[in-house]
Design a protein around this ligand. Sequence first.
Ligand code: BDP
Length: 334
Amino acid sequence: MLTNKISKPSSLLTVTALAGVVSAIAIPAQADQWRGWNIHPPSYPNSVALESFADEVTEKTEGRIEPKVYHNAVLGDQPDAIEQTRNGALDFANFNMGPMGPIVPATNILSLPFIFKSPADMYRVMDGEVGDRFADALEEKNLVALSWFGSGARSLYNTDHPVETPADVEGLKVRVMNNDLYVQMIDELGGNATPMAYSEVYQSLKTGVIDGAENNYPSYESSGHYEVAKYYSLTEHLILPECLCVAKSSWDDLSAEDQGIVRQAAQHAAEEQRQLWEERARTSRQRVLDAGVEINEVEDKAAFQEKMQPIYDDFAASHPDLESLVEDVQTAQQ
Ligand code: BDP
């Protein structure tokens, strides 16, 4: 008879050992559940690509990593989400480089108006050695940029009139993303800049807190801003890259094999996003036209470009260490 011979400590040991066996059977490999931030609705090109990223990672790691994407900024606004990803509270995200400037000064180069000649030039620069230097700067702030998404070109829109010359911006209250550089951008044109979260723009346009904002076709359309701000003027002043970024702490926890899988999935996601983007930019343009939006070309873009010169001068004066990178971005497009 075993019963009365088993002392308490050893029976506890048995229970603990058994529990270990049971849990080892129930959860063969502890899945790493990753939380991902996304600002856009599920049908947006970036959202679809992020879902593909999540699926590919889950499949290829055989469930060791299970990324889940939270759309529509339910996990917070972009500046908040950047902080949360830097400190590891979030594991991955699709971030625009605009609101990154206050944290990673080098990325402000990407926000210098008209720095990129076209979206194709932006892709070429970011996919090459120059792009790697931006990724290095991000990594110093605990964000691992695995691939670059596109976001077309941003143009000004407002509730009142077409913008054809810089003088047409005078006195307009224009929402910008959270970055002092954009405040200066609107100031130089004689407007009043209001940094504001993306989620607040629709209501603020509607109630007249602001007169306008600036964005690409897909965001102008999917956010509904076109319903209230009917004049879309093709200034195309910003061509901003976006990253698929992973929190450094989450990245460092991965085996080399899983890092390879995650990096490749991020690259596939960027390819998909860039393709979907082209289609969506076209359909968004058509949707806003059908809704009665007035789109105007800006004949004299040089007039806007000239107004931006003080931003370049001030940036050079305040960041002499970044001047060579500014030049490299420019010469890589020649
Ligand atoms: C969209 C970007 C998004 C920005 C948004 C904005 O994809 O990341 O947050 O513009 O204007 O085009 O805030």
